[in-house]
Ligand binder design. Structure first.
Ligand code: AHG
Ligand code: MN
Ligand code: MN
Length: 327
């Protein structure tokens, strides 16, 4: 049996050389982050910021360590105009005079980090756009719509380390092979079933939800005897990477809607490095990604840390939830 590496797969699918190189740099950063995550308590990096390790040294939070790794590895890419990280307020410009064709990478270095203390899956999410023209090094220059993404993906640090990528030709999954250090192709065509009987939402926010979300979840919980006429299962990982990975594997729907607790900020999840990349992956796998009232990737960004309402997964189910919003 032959094995396909990430590089071989990208080359075989005619990925532009510069993009291939950038994706390889991102994969390297993710392997290094995986290594740090894997060391867990031994590295003294669990828990809140500025904890002490066994030697009594002050440790940085793993979110920050992951961000530094990403900056060091991906920041060295010669075609990179800027990095936009969840952990850094300002845009990290890597070029004085960004040109047409240069890349901007938006990323969440460690997603689901509240799960670290309990040893559950976390991940790294990334979104890539290419500048259409030379731009000034101002924050407004990286407020680029999700429809402009040329690639997106995530690494998942679970029982195994996985890398899931789209370059706009479907969604492919790789698994880290510890012996060789390579990501090897394991899921050549990830696709989301159109229908589902499984939802993911933080139900502790029930009292904060808008009426359409409340009605939708109530109807799911009524099961076979309710409006939906079928029984639903529920999952919530509190790690978007893990929830989306499950949906890309077996279908389902994920909701982190705008509610009265987060409405002031427009929602909880971030548009540029959570909702857009996951939206592109889900659409590329045959699913849908909506705010409840429109396509996520059509949202015109007004800031690079902007938040948004997120409903994504199996296509028919997302359409059904959109109907609840119009009723
Ligand atoms: P992050 O760890 O990058 O801040 O993101 C956490 C996000 C997302 O991964 C997850 O779906 C959601 O926050 C969990 O929120 P709750 O704690 O409200 O469940
Ligand atoms: Mn996150
Ligand atoms: Mn994060």
């Amino acid at each position: 049996m032959t094995q396909t590496t990430l590089r071989q797969h990208l080359h075989a699918s005619n990925t532009d050389r510069d993009l291939l190189m950038l994706l390889e740099d991102i994969a390297t950063a993710c392997r290094m982050i995986a290594d740090r995550v894997r060391h867990g308590a031994f590295a003294g990096v669990l828990g809140a910021a500025e904890t002490e390790n066994v030697q009594g040294e002050t440790q940085k939070e793993l979110d920050v360590i992951s961000d530094e790794i990403f900056q060091e590895i991906v920041g060295g890419n010669p075609n990179l105009a800027a990095l936009v990280s969840e952990e850094v307020d300002e845009v990290n410009w890597r070029k004085q005079a960004p040109q047409a064709g240069d890349f901007v990478v938006y990323y969440d270095p460690l997603d689901g980090s509240s799960n670290l203390d309990v040893n559950l899956s976390v991940g790294t999410i990334f979104s890539i756009v290419r500048l259409k023209e030379a731009v000034p090094t101002e924050a407004s220059a990286v407020q680029i719509k999700g429809t402009e993404q040329i690639a997106a993906g995530y690494a998942i640090y679970g029982p195994s380390t996985g890398l899931v990528v789209t370059v706009g030709q479907g969604v492919v999954g790789f698994t880290h092979h510890p012996g060789s250090g390579e990501f090897l192709l394991t899921q050549p065509a990830m696709s989301i079933p159109e229908q589902t009987q499984e939802f993911a939402i933080n139900a502790s926010r029930y009292d904060l939800w808008e009426a359409p979300v409340r009605r939708y979840i109530d109807d799911c919980l009524r099961g076979a005897n309710g409006r939906r006429g079928k029984k639903f299962n529920m999952r919530w990982c509190a790690s978007m990477v893990a929830d989306v990975h499950r949906i890309l594997t077996r279908g389902g729907v994920f909701l982190y809607p705008k509610d009265s607790g987060n409405a002031g900020q427009g929602g909880k999840l971030r548009l540029m490095y959570e909702a857009n990349p996951m939206g592109m992956l889900v659409e590329q796998a045959g699913g849908a990604a909506s705010t409840g009232t429109g396509r996520i990737m059509d949202v015109a960004p007004t800031g690079h840390h902007q938040r948004v309402s997120v409903i994504l997964g199996s296509r028919d189910e997302v359409a059904e939830i959109e109907r609840y919003y119009t009723e």
